[in-house]
Ligand binder design. Structure first.
Ligand SMILES: [Zn+2]
Length: 163
């Protein structure tokens, strides 16, 4: 069951819930709005290229892929970043093999955090007419695990670059 990914992480409940809803296709992406005949933006607001689906937002989008690339580089992860057509769970199953055991739970947590922050940025663009910013998203992602670590996920420190 893919939900092993979400259980074996330090991601807080709201992030796990987001992934659960995304998995159930319950998030109001443009694609879902279109299927229901509701108003929606024609193209992804982050890249202005493709229809916005959840797979696109999490991984396929050029914006998201840059974020993945930057964060994996920051973590000095040697696994390959997700490709355009990847989906999260199968990608992680592969990436896990290239990840030392002691770092797997931390990296799995980061792999849930990245799509969550991209989704928040997307919502900012939709509801607050924000301009998409890769730097903004990566900075938030780099900040967040420190908060989790303070909240008790001490093992997470093991995967963070020392500052
Ligand atoms: Zn996009």
């Amino acid at each position: 069951m893919p939900w092993q990914l979400t259980w074996k992480t330090w991601a807080p409940h709201n992030i796990k819930l987001f992934h659960w809803l995304a998995h159930l296709d319950r998030c109001w992406t443009a694609e879902r709005l279109q299927r229901r005949g509701l108003p929606h933006h024609a193209r992804c607001l982050l890249c202005d290229q493709d229809m916005e689906t959840m797979q696109h937002l999490m991984i396929g989008c050029g914006f998201s892929r840059q974020v993945w690339f930057d964060i994996l580089a920051w973590l000095r992860a040697t696994c390959r970043p997700p490709d355009h057509d990847d989906t999260l769970i199968p990608w992680w199953s592969q990436a896990k093999q290239a990840t030392p055991k002691a770092m797997r739970r931390g990296r799995a947590s980061m792999s849930l955090l990245i799509p969550w922050m991209v989704w928040k940025q997307r919502n900012d663009c939709v509801f607050n007419v924000a301009a998409p910013s890769i730097n903004d998203v990566t900075a938030k992602i780099q900040d967040e695990p420190n908060l989790w670590a303070r909240a008790g996920a001490l093992g997470l420190r093991a995967i963070l670059p020392s500052t």
